[in-house]
Write a protein that binds this ligand. Structure first.
Ligand SMILES: NC(=O)C1=CN([C@@H]2O[C@H](COP(=O)(O)OP(=O)(O)OC[C@H]3O[C@@H](n4cnc5c(N)ncnc54)[C@H](OP(=O)(O)O)[C@@H]3O)[C@@H](O)[C@H]2O)C=CC1
Ligand SMILES: CC(=O)C(=O)O
Ligand SMILES: [Mg+2]
Length: 580
């Protein structure tokens, strides 16, 4: 659909909207709380949103007081990209690549996104898992310029004012963490900021949301990480985590301030909270806000997509498979619930029935009925009738799963014996080692292929290189919610969704699974490569938006006819704009 821009006044600044009321504010506006201006001269070169470096043309240099502030050469954005990629490839240490990319993001935002979009397979492991994990661990010592918004206990009572300090007013998506469960690395407190920053750079690069529409937030309620509390470079509050009423009040204040400042339709994505808060927050706000928990829901949707496409390789219907999880937290129970829902939709059997072929193991062993009294609420639906089993290997032998999913955050837990047992009773065992970063992966790709004698269908949360096993090359896929959340969020935003519904997650899974082609299957892949991720995200967005309209939860009316085209037309382009 062709977008027809019209200017609308919104308080102190102007916001452009299309016929559907979707914000199409241009990137050219530098919006501060008190004025609307585009910087010029020296300030323009230091404004990452508008800076083009040597790509400023002669005319732009004249028009914007840049004469003398740049050397005479004028280069294209493509040449700048080649130069930056060359420089980044010189670094042998991934963390140095990460720091170079963050510097670029702070210097020249469009060039940063052009690099990320054009080189997504190469740079994803740098701005995202696994390197972002190390960056969070060392965030205090690599800290240069602050990114995102920090809301600590010190700001209690004035969160709305804090939000108003953020220069962008037309925010569409917030990714928020409290840093308690950063990937599988545990409590990193305030240093968890790397995660919302990284996730939102994927929202732009993979899903096409404007950078100015994305707000990374870290809620700092302290940390129980003793090492960080003692670290002189730690950037957060030096106190133990606040729990209970004070925590709840802070989160309530944040959520209501967000709605006041950005309106009903801002999407809040919860990321890497400890599970004792994650489920609670999702259920508390899901009827009043547009909220989505990536670890519970995004992960569920990406894994379901992988399972649907894997059926082409392993055969049978979902209902005919038996699933065993190592890890019964956000990811594990979230995925389990969506699989049960999908099977229920396919077979018309009640979810209580379809759950019975899904088993979970936590740190205390298999989840069984005799443990019901002491189980956290999110584990209870998975307590089935069985004698207690302590070890994963024994659970594998007892349950005989066709699908084994690792969501424990603990590396090396899919041992040789576990993989061999899976390969004993499955022609093609489906093994997903979801835990991040690479150090926490339940097994490596090489281990999965070698121990199963080349029969495993394998995917992992963090990427592994292709493996040569007995002369055949196996390409492992990446089962990561990065496939889902950018397109999912885009679908919610273009339709003006007011609430998230499980059927939208199913719609996202279906759209992703449909993108896997014969060439991918031939390589043993159950996910498409990330190379075409923007096209994939547009299709996910369209399917999600279609579901939003079907459920009557859309506020952007009329419904665009061609939702894929509409999603594509909505996407941010990192190509430089002319300033003449
Ligand atoms: N690939 C992807 O897209 C995603 C990957 N993840 C990854 O999944 C992992 C888990 O995340 P999440 O579910 O949110 O974490 P949670 O903390 O919510 O859950 C972890 C679960 O693992 C169990 N566990 C811990 N240690 C062991 C052990 N030694 N043996 C068996 N079970 C164990 C815990 O048991 P207990 O309850 O008894 O403590 C708990 O049930 C992380 O590494 C994260 O990076 C998460 C989201 C997306
Ligand atoms: C991928 C992700 O969201 C996680 O590991 O937490
Ligand atoms: Mg996460």
């Amino acid at each position: 659909m062709e977008s027809k821009l019209k200017e609308m006044s919104n308080g102190s600044h102007s916001v452009a909207q299309d016929v559907n009321g979707v914000s199409r504010d241009t990137e050219d506006q530098l919006v501060t709380p008190w004025t609307v201006s585009v910087a010029s001269g020296y300030t323009l070169l230091r404004d990452p949103r508008h800076n083009k470096g040597l790509a400023f043309t002669e005319k732009e240099r004249d028009a914007h007081y840049l004469r003398g502030l740049l050397p005479p050469a004028i280069v294209s954005q493509d040449l700048q990209e080649r130069k930056m990629m060359h420089n980044i490839r010189q670094y042998a240490v991934p963390l140095h690549k990460y720091m170079a990319l963050m510097d670029l993001q702070e210097r020249n935002e469009r060039l940063f996104y052009k690099l990320l979009i054009d080189n997504v397979e190469e740079l994803l492991p740098v701005v995202y898992t696994p390197t972002v994990g190390e960056a969070c661990q060392k965030y205090g010592s690599i800290f240069r310029r602050p990114q995102g918004l920090y809301i600590s206990l010190k700001e209690k009572g004035k969160i709305l004012e804090v939000l108003k300090n953020w220069p962008q007013k037309n925010v569409e998506v917030i990714v928020v963490t409290d840093g308690e469960r950063i990937l599988g690395l545990g409590d990193l407190g305030c240093q968890g900021m790397g995660i919302p920053v990284g996730k939102l750079s994927l929202y732009t690069a993979l899903g096409g949301l404007r950078p100015s529409a994305c707000l990374p937030v870290t809620i700092d309620v302290g940390t129980n990480n003793e090492q960080l509390l003692k670290d002189e470079f730690y950037t957060g509050l030096r106190q133990k985590r606040t729990r209970g009423q004070e925590y709840t009040e802070l989160l309530d204040e944040f959520m209501s301030a967000v709605k006041k400042n950005y309106g009903e339709k801002v999407l809040v994505q919860f990321e890497d909270f400890g599970n004792h808060n994650a489920f609670e927050l999702l259920s508390r706000y899901s009827s009043t806000h547009l909220v989505f928990n990536d670890d519970i829901q995004g992960t569920a949707s990406v894994v379901l997509a992988g399972l649907i496409s894997a059926l082409k390789l392993v055969g049978g219907s979902l209902a005919e498979h038996t699933f065993l999880f190592l890890g019964a937290g956000e990811a594990g129970t979230g995925i389990a619930e969506l699989i049960a829902l999908e099977i229920s939709k396919q077979t018309k059997a009640p979810v209580q029935e379809t759950r019975k072929k899904i088993w979970l193991v936590d740190s205390k062993g298999l989840i069984v009925n005799s443990r019901l009294g002491s189980l956290q609420h999110f584990k209870k639906p998975w307590a089935h009738e069985h004698e207690p089993v302590k070890e994963l290997l024994d659970a594998v032998k007892a349950i005989k799963p066709t699908v084994l999913i690792g969501s424990s955050g603990v590396g090396k837990t899919f041992t040789k014996e576990v993989v061999e047992a899976m390969a004993d009773f499955n022609e093609k065992p489906l093994i997903l080692a979801l835990s991040n970063p690479t150090s926490q992966s339940e097994c490596t790709a090489e281990e999965a292929y070698t121990w199963s004698k080349g029969r495993a269908i394998f995917a992992s949360g963090s990427p592994f290189d292709p493996v040569n096993y007995e002369g055949k090359v196996f390409v492992p896929g990446q089962a990561n919610n990065a496939y889902i959340f950018p397109g999912f969020g885009l679908g919610l935003i273009i339709s003006g969704a007011i609430r998230v519904h499980d059927d939208m997650l199913l719609a996202a899974s279906e759209a992703l699974a449909a993108q896997v082609n014969e060439e991918n299957y031939d390589k043993g892949l159950i996910y498409p490569p990330f190379t075409n991720i923007r096209k994939i995200s547009a299709r996910i967005a369209a399917n999600v938006a279609a579901k939003v309209y079907e459920l009557g939860l859309a506020s952007h009316l009329p419904r665009p006819k061609d939702l894929v085209k509409y999603a594509e037309s909505y996407m941010y382009s990192p190509i430089y704009k002319s300033f003449l």
